[in-house]
Design a protein around this ligand. Structure first.
Ligand code: GLC
Length: 478
């Protein structure tokens, strides 16, 4: 019934090629499932360096002179066991190759030429789109948004907003470089790549239904609320999924003992989770005194409410609780986390030096309660990963957390976790108390775990929704 659509999918991050935050996981999971559902997806990313391609070919790109020499490297990624994996196009251009996509990793400060790097990447994506003529051009966040300024005869365009806070705002001098409708990028007295794409895209996808409504409000709209509201029905919310092949405790090679919600023996779940807990405690150098273990897997940035998590510190003794934190991020927050862990070594343990994939899996599998008290959270993937592993999530009532966590005290029959009643440390302390209470009654705990673990968090339905959005964008452009 459906025709195969060719999608040119532009992103600054996709795991495992480059991944800073959730966007890199979300794009990987979505692309994989879109292909499984029959779409012909070509991913285009900046070439940050160090990526070997098999069967490589080179495509010359017609970009403006200020971009400098630019070409596309097309080839296959090295899959597991060295076999040829998925096809990808990398934009090879001076200035894109860096040890980190956005910031100097030694200082945490943004590269000073990110406007030139990513507006130029957008120009290269547009050149590629002109060459390959996809049915749909799918852009992700501001790093790809400038493409709309270089497409005189654009294909249908879909823009996904993973985080509205980053807009790529830069000097108005840039406006003269956009070749198509430069006015679209005018934002007060600066140039704003993201607003250009918001004005030009045929469809705008927010990464959760609740975020799609939040971004229309002044409080959460990051200045874009009126622009987005003006787009009316073009703005849609689609909840992200997670890659359930990778995030599945029944087959996970990174946890000490695999388990399922309804394993062969009734205690399979508890045994598997206990083994993961023991591994975390060993790593932290703690004995098991039976108290609740709180887990955190996050980027240490202001958005994630790290201050609220550390605000729990004085209460941990009375709760007999301990926190295991995995995260890296800004130097200030990293130092603060380390300092708190050093002050209360029997209560707080943190791995802050690098993102440690096996440890992330262990924390989802071994923590009783998983904390995600974000200030804003467009979708949030960690709470879904936590639930898939039977950890009970505690989140703030924002963004995708509202779409994915049902508070057990509001809805005893369907509850899967806790939503803080106020978005501050007091709200988190209260929610952790409520969470600990919910854990005490094992039938109640088990029911919450079962609901979280049996919910379908996969990309299957969300990818299907994306295909519908592509169709809508195509049919409007006919
Ligand atoms: C960003 C958002 C996060 C979302 C992710 C993937 O990292 O902050 O909420 O889950 O993108 O869309």
């Amino acid at each position: 019934m459906t025709t195969t659509r060719t999608i040119l999918f532009a992103t600054a991050e996709m795991a495992p090629v480059a991944r800073v935050g959730g966007m890199g996981l979300a794009t990987a999971g979505l692309v994989k499932e879109l292909r499984a559902q029959g779409a012909d997806v070509t991913v285009v990313m900046p070439d940050y360096g160090g990526v070997e391609l098999l069967d490589e070919t080179s495509i010359a790109l017609d970009v403006p002179d200020w971009c400098g020499p630019t070409r596309a490297r097309r080839g296959r990624l090295l899959g597991a066991d060295g076999a040829a994996g998925d096809e990808i196009v990398l934009i090879d251009r001076i200035g894109l190759a860096r040890p980190h996509p956005y910031v100097d990793p030694t200082t945490g400060v943004a590269w000073p030429d990110n406007d030139w790097r990513f507006i130029g990447f957008g120009a290269a994506v547009a050149a590629l789109a002109r060459a390959v003529e996809p049915d749909v051009l799918h852009l992700n966040d501001w790093h790809t948004a400038a493409a709309v300024g270089f497409l005189p005869d654009p294909p249908p365009i879909v823009l996904t907003i993973h985080t509205l806070g980053y807009q790529g705002v830069t000097s108005a001098d840039w406006l003269q470089r956009f070749e198509v409708e430069p006015w679209r990028f005018v934002w007060y007295d600066v140039a704003n790549p993201l607003v250009g794409a918001i004005r030009a895209a045929d469809r705008i996808i927010a990464v959760s239904p609740n975020y799609a409504t939040e971004i229309l409000t002044e409080e959460q709209g990051m200045g874009m609320h009126a622009e987005l509201a003006a787009r009316g029905d073009a703005v849609v919310g689609i909840l992200n999924g997670i890659d359930t092949d990778e995030w599945n405790p029944a087959v996970d090679e990174l946890i000490p003992r695999r388990y399922a919600v309804d394993g062969e023996s009734g205690d399979d779940l508890d045994q598997g989770r206990l083994a993961a807990r023991t591994a975390i405690l060993e790593r932290a150098g703690w004995d098991d005194h039976g108290g609740p273990l709180l887990g955190v897997v996050t980027r240490l940035v202001d958005q994630k409410g790290v201050d609220r998590i550390l605000g729990l510190a004085p209460y941990l003794e009375a709760m007999n609780a301990r926190i295991a934190i995995l995260g890296s991020g800004t130097p200030e927050l990293t130092d603060w986390v380390r300092a708190e862990a050093a002050t209360r070594p029997d209560r707080i343990w943190a791995e802050t030096s690098s993102y440690d994939e096996p440890l992330a899996h262990l924390i989802f599998a071994g923590a009783d309660l998983f904390l995600i008290p974000s200030r804003f959270e467009p979708c949030g993937l960690a709470q879904m990963q936590a639930m898939a592993y039977g950890a009970i999530p505690i989140g703030t009532p924002v963004g995708g957390l509202v779409d994915t966590i049902i508070d057990i005290d509001d809805d005893a029959r369907n509850g899967t976790g806790l939503l803080c009643r106020t978005a501050d440390t007091a709200g988190l302390v209260d929610a952790v108390h409520r969470g600990i209470r919910a854990l005490r009654v094992s039938s109640r705990r088990r029911a919450m775990q079962r609901r979280g673990m049996t919910t379908d968090w996969s990309w299957a339905a969300p990818a299907g929704r994306h295909l519908e959005v592509y169709e809508a964008a195509v049919s409007e452009n006919l």
